[in-house]
Design a protein around this ligand. Structure first.
Ligand SMILES: *[C@@H]1O[C@H](CO)[C@@H](O)[C@H](O)[C@H]1NC(C)=O
Ligand SMILES: *[C@@H]1O[C@H](CO)[C@@H](O)[C@H](O)[C@H]1NC(C)=O
Length: 504
């Protein structure tokens, strides 16, 4: 079977298993056992003393970041002004959360209400911990840690536990807070549980490998190793076969989030000598050429920019056919390819990463609001090297979803490109994005989703997901910070932007 499809299917199965009612809401006994697994993992971090000494300095073997030149005084003062603006935006939204939705999952930024879509364990609070630390809100950080002690992680306030979201937000949030604040674990806090259930939620290699590193207990890493071995074996068996798509669509947007992203990232967090590190790298090297061939394309647009997008591959006709649909969610791809390019030491891959990231920047800069839509279509160039724009209009042939949901993926890739290349033009691009988002999304209470970015003054929707504070504003802040703050030479960021320390 074609390997990308196999990976996609395996991923789909994992997801289906996680969301299956039998995982989420079966008999009370089983349910309790599952909760205990997640709860034990999360709870153990609450029990860690957040009061011990600063951590080891571990600079990984790859230098991901470019050498940065000293900046002029003018450049520094502009940068710091921008950083202050980002920090104020965070403070505004955090204060709104504190006043109106404290200990709930999400604030409703227009009405001032709240909701609990992630089992009610204060998702925004846990997700924001490391951002508070990074931005220097140390008192708020301490207050948030105290408040967490009121959360009962054995008692999900919902029928279904979305394991993927719980892992990346709660476990990722606590691991990131632990790593970035430089504290050590009291080991031996994690009780032994059911390995099968662990394996089910173990598709999240980065979180569970870091958990093993931090606790000194190999069982979390062992559980996900079984899944990885299966994926790798299937992938190897189909080497050289043509990619085809018999029954489903293939995309790096919705529903494919962390599997591919985590291949280079998991490679980076593992010790260089381990065979697992090599395994993740090989899987990435097999996957990337398929992405290049079947998903990445140059769009035909006014001004003929030399940029790339990651589209979808369509199933229906038997062979792979490109659907030139762009999702905001897929904008993480530039950053992923940028990290991989360093591991592979490939200037060509870096160029691809830059052009992919510029694709998302283009989509911000060419809408009436200055913000990229959630989903849209463009025309494809006949070939990569020359592409003459003969169309009419703005280049967006169809805007399938006109909203902006406070998503981070575009600024994530801009941030990675900045740290990878040291090129200050990425800061300019990021600043224009920030200005547009702040201007349109700010409410009296916090920041809100936008309903139509193709309108010069979009309306607001009553929603602010926790990733606005955990990811989007963190990436903006880091873009205008000194490059050694959360250096990519020392940290890998999980799919919710939580920084995990890299292995040596
Ligand atoms: C947490 O919830 C569990 C399950 O409902 C309950 O048994 C336990 O007593 C609660 N713990 C606290 C400290 O309230
Ligand atoms: C990327 O863009 C540059 C121009 O900025 C162009 O020369 C190059 O061919 C492009 N590469 C790819 C792979 O799109």
């Amino acid at each position: 079977m074609p390997h990308v499809e196999v990976l996609q299917r395996a991923r789909g199965r994992l997801r289906a298993a996680l969301n299956h009612p039998s995982f989420s809401s079966s008999s009370l006994g089983q349910k309790r056992m599952r909760f205990i697994v997640i709860a034990a993992v999360v709870l153990s971090f609450i029990l860690f003393s957040f009061h011990s000494h600063r951590s080891e300095s571990s600079v990984g073997r790859y230098r991901i970041q470019a050498p940065f030149r000293p900046e002029s005084q003018t450049a520094e003062s502009v940068r710091l002004q921008r950083r202050t603006a980002v920090k104020s935006a965070f403070q505004h939204a955090w204060t709104g959360y504190k006043q109106k939705a404290w200990l709930h999952d999400e604030l409703l930024p227009v009405s001032g209400g709240y909701k609990d879509p992630f089992v009610g364990w204060a998702a925004t609070l846990v997700d924001s911990l490391d951002t508070l630390w990074i931005m220097g809100f140390k008192d708020e950080f301490d207050g948030a840690l105290e408040a967490i002690e009121q959360i009962n992680f054995s008692k999900p306030n919902a029928e279904r536990v979305p394991a993927f979201e719980v892992t990346i937000r709660y476990l990722g949030g606590l691991l990131g807070a632990w790593d970035i604040s430089g504290h050590r674990v009291e080991t031996g806090k994690i009780a032994s549980e059911n390995g099968v259930v662990l394996a089910q939620i173990g598709s999240l290699s980065l979180e569970f490998i870091r958990l093993s590193q931090v606790t000194g207990d190999a069982k979390y890493a062992d559980a996900i190793q079984k899944i990885t071995d299966q994926l790798a074996q299937t992938q190897n068996n189909c080497k050289g076969e043509r990619l085809s798509f018999s029954s489903r669509d293939f995309t790096l947007g919705a529903f494919a989030d962390s599997l591919y992203e985590y291949l280079p990232k998991t490679h980076l967090i593992l010790p260089s000598f381990s065979s697992a590190a090599q395994q993740y790298l090989e899987m990435y090297r097999i996957a990337l050429p398929s992405f290049s061939k079947h998903l990445f394309f140059r769009p035909s647009l006014p001004g003929e920019p030399d940029i790339l997008y990651s589209g979808n591959a369509n199933a229906n006709s038997g062979s792979a056919r490109l659907d030139t649909q762009i999702q905001h969610l897929s904008c993480f791809v530039g950053g992923m390819v940028g990290l991989g390019a360093k591991i592979s030491n490939s200037p060509t891959e870096l160029e691809t990463a830059i052009n992919l990231t510029n694709g998302c920047v283009w989509a911000y800069e060419n809408t009436p609001s200055g913000i990229m839509p959630e989903i849209f279509h463009v025309e494809q160039c006949a070939d990569l090297s020359s592409c003459t724009w003969k169309g009419q209009g703005d280049g967006f042939t169809r805007v399938d979803d006109r909203s902006y949901q406070l998503r981070p993926e575009a600024i994530e890739s801009v941030f990675v490109m900045y740290r990878r290349t040291g090129d200050p033009s990425w800061q300019e691009k990021g600043w224009r994005m920030f200005e547009a988002i702040e201007k349109h999304s700010r409410t009296d209470i916090a920041h809100a989703r936008l309903d139509d970015v193709m309108d010069p003054t979009p309306g607001k929707t009553d929603s602010m997901e926790s990733f606005w504070l955990a990811e989007t504003l963190k990436y903006f802040y880091l873009l205008f910070s000194e490059p050694d703050l959360v250096s990519l030479d020392e940290y890998v960021l999980n799919t919710e932007a939580h920084p995990f320390r890299r292995g040596a």
